[in-house]
Design a protein around this ligand. Structure first.
Ligand SMILES: *Cc1c(COP(=O)(O)O)cnc(C)c1O
Length: 371
């Protein structure tokens, strides 16, 4: 039996253990310590963000971002519909209302023209959106210049869900550093991992200080336990942060490997008319977290997916849009057909940085054999 090929599995170097061992040896087995501080510094150095708060997950980071922007019950929050549910769930943790906005075809991310129409329509209906949460899906940057122009004009703060886009840049600047607040995820399937973890970044020191404060149970300064706000237990552990420090050392290698895989797929499948790839517009640099293909029909997509599955090769349809999810069906949605079409015809291919040349050859040969 051939070995199973996963969509995106963890890729450790061994260097992570140095930091984890250090944590054990110095007894920093707690949700604070030198690795947490070091990891935050590494993230700032890499992304150019001025401040960082290391947290227990990307979802926790989005939740805190919304709290920092005062998103509360009945507030409306604009959000990309083409994403993972973790982008949207925190909006509901705050009992706010997600307002879904569809994608555009160049990047598959939130459509700037539609975004402006939505903002105008919500204002005309009597409520200005409190925030915008946008996503750089599969590592591809969103059209930031257009989006920031609109967000600034209407004075709506931007949260960048860069969970999938650490290592991606737009006009040379790291994703996650354009909005008021950016978030990253270090879940097991992301471009680098801490097993589970996240971070909130901002150039506003108050936001990051407050994020850390809220993430550590909102303890006021006092010798006893004193609280004047609701707190959370969202801080990253010093053990987990040790894994992160080791992973940050190889982040650029991981991006390079995933980009090589994308190029390999594109080249190997170039003669199949039924398969196309999303290109990077000029100035966009994607970490190619996952290589995604667009096929000519739902049937072709399923034919490829099922054939790979039979071979022990994991692939997955693109994200099912949030406005089509039973749990979010009743919320306002501004839809142009792009995300629904992508969901029908798109497929994520195995993309882990630890895939071998032999793995890639096996996958592309199987796909080629179907045409
Ligand atoms: C993974 C992911 C998240 C959630 O991050 P966790 O660390 O798993 O909580 C949020 N948004 C997107 C787009 C993601 O891919």
């Amino acid at each position: 039996m051939k070995e199973k090929i996963w969509l995106s599995s963890p890729h450790l170097t061994g260097e992570e253990q140095k930091y984890v061992t250090e944590a054990f040896e110095t007894n920093w087995v707690a949700p604070l310590g030198p690795n947490v501080n070091g990891f935050e510094q590494d993230i700032c150095n890499y992304t150019g963000a001025q401040f960082c708060s290391a947290l227990s997950s990307g979802t926790a980071a989005i939740h805190l971002a919304l709290i920092l922007l005062d998103v509360a019950q009945e507030d409306e929050v604009l959000v990309s519909t083409f994403t993972f549910s973790a982008t949207v769930n925190p909006i509901r943790y705050q009992k706010a209302i997600p307002v879904f906005v569809d994608s555009e075809k160049d990047t598959w991310n939130i459509c700037p023209e539609l975004l402006e129409k939505v903002i105008k329509d919500r204002i005309a209906k009597g409520k200005k959106p409190k925030a915008l949460v946008l996503v750089h899906l599969y590592g591809m940057p969103s059209k930031m210049e257009e989006i920031l122009h609109i967000a600034q004009y209407y004075d709506i703060p931007v949260v960048e869900d860069a969970a999938e886009a650490l290592g991606s840049t737009y006009k040379g600047q790291a994703m996650g550093t354009f909005g008021e607040i950016g978030i990253y995820s270090f879940n097991g399937n992301k471009i680098i991992t801490t097993s589970g973890g996240g971070a909130l970044v901002s150039n506003n020191e108050t936001y990051c200080k407050k994020a850390t404060f809220l993430a550590t149970q909102a303890r006021d300064e006092a010798p006893h336990y004193q609280h004047s706000q609701i707190g959370y237990n969202y801080r990253m552990s010093n053990i987990v942060a040790g894994i992160g420090r080791g992973q940050m050392e190889v982040l650029d290698n991981r991006v390079a490997a995933r980009r090589r895989h994308y190029e390999y797929y594109k080249n190997a499948l170039k003669d199949i008319d039924a398969i196309t790839f999303v290109e990077e517009p000029a100035g966009f640099y994607s970490n190619r977290w996952l290589t995604t293909i667009l096929t000519n029909s739902f049937q072709t997509r399923e034919k490829i997916r099922l054939a790979l599955e039979k071979e022990g090769i994991e692939s997955r349809p693109l994200w099912k849009p949030m406005h089509q999810q039973p749990v979010f069906e009743t919320y306002p949605a501004y839809i142009n057909g792009v995300s629904e079409d992508l969901f029908q015809r798109g497929l994520c291919l195995p993309s882990g940085s630890n895939l071998s040349a032999e793995d890639l050859n096996r996958i592309t040969n199987k796909i080629k054999s179907l045409f």
